[in-house]
Design a protein around this ligand. Structure first.
Ligand code: SF4
Length: 242
């Protein structure tokens, strides 16, 4: 399938975003620290307490359902642990559940979720081939950004999911996911499109699909980021590097 046709699958590209290869991001800063070294930086989730008591994804989901570790547990309708292939090579991580997700207990099922489905389809995959989750598992009221204490309380669940799934690639959707997992001071506009290599995983930050609904000019750069993900997934030499 041609690139333009794939792009067309998730909407009008008449407004295209710019691509700035010269941007120096937190990612490049990170890479510079490791130039000439064989040491790959540890995974960010290694900083998070390991819930070894949660033996599999079902146990994580059950623990999330019972959880009241932060105040989001008091206002949610349903928790949203995340879903998908337990052996997924590719994992998408967003910010947190919205109103539709809160009602259904499933991630990315609202308007942004339908756009993510189209993006995944344009990549030649289906939702059940990947794993989709969020930084926090319960909806912040009025869709506000989750607070740092809420993120801190919830991250052990996501960290456990990552350790269990062991994805080759993690796509961080939006600033909250980038800041929670990589760098609290990072800018998604500057960091997107550039690989962050940690331990056995490659991380690709990109825009949240909700941002594309507000600003269609972001479709082009997001699709360029997904092209990089596809190249990484398909390249047997790169597979061998990991
Ligand atoms: Fe527990 Fe996370 Fe829900 Fe807070 S957001 S109650 S930590 S599952």
């Amino acid at each position: 399938m041609g690139e333009e046709r794939q792009l067309g699958l998730f909407g009008d590209l008449s407004q295209q975003g710019s691509w700035d290869d010269d941007v120096i991001t937190v990612v490049r800063e990170h890479e510079r620290e490791h130039v000439g070294r064989s040491v790959v930086p540890p995974a960010p989730w290694d900083r998070v307490p390991d819930r070894k008591d949660l033996a599999d994804l079902a146990a994580v989901a059950q623990a999330v359902e019972r959880c009241r570790a932060c105040r989001l547990g008091e206002t949610r309708t349903r928790s949203v642990p995340g879903e998908g292939n337990p052996d997924a090579d590719l994992m998408f991580i967003g910010e947190g559940p919205g109103v539709e997700e809160d009602l259904q207990g499933r991630p990315f099922v609202g308007a942004a979720g339908r756009l993510l489905d189209k993006i995944i389809a344009a990549m030649g995959m289906s939702r059940d081939q990947v794993f989709i989750g969020n930084i926090v598992k319960c909806r912040p009221p009025y869709n506000r950004v989750p607070e740092s204490a809420e993120i801190e309380a919830c991250l052990p669940f996501l960290a456990r999911q990552i350790r269990l799934i062991r994805p080759r690639i993690i796509v961080l959707l939006g600033a909250t996911a980038l800041r929670a997992l990589v760098d609290p001071g990072a800018s998604i506009t500057r960091a997107r499109g550039q690989w962050i290599r940690v331990a056995n995983t490659m991380i690709m930050p990109t825009f949240h699909p909700a941002a594309l609904l507000r600003d269609p000019a972001k479709k082009r750069p997001l699709w360029e980021d997904m092209q990089r993900v596809l190249e990484q997934l398909k390249d047997p030499l790169r597979r061998g590097e990991e």
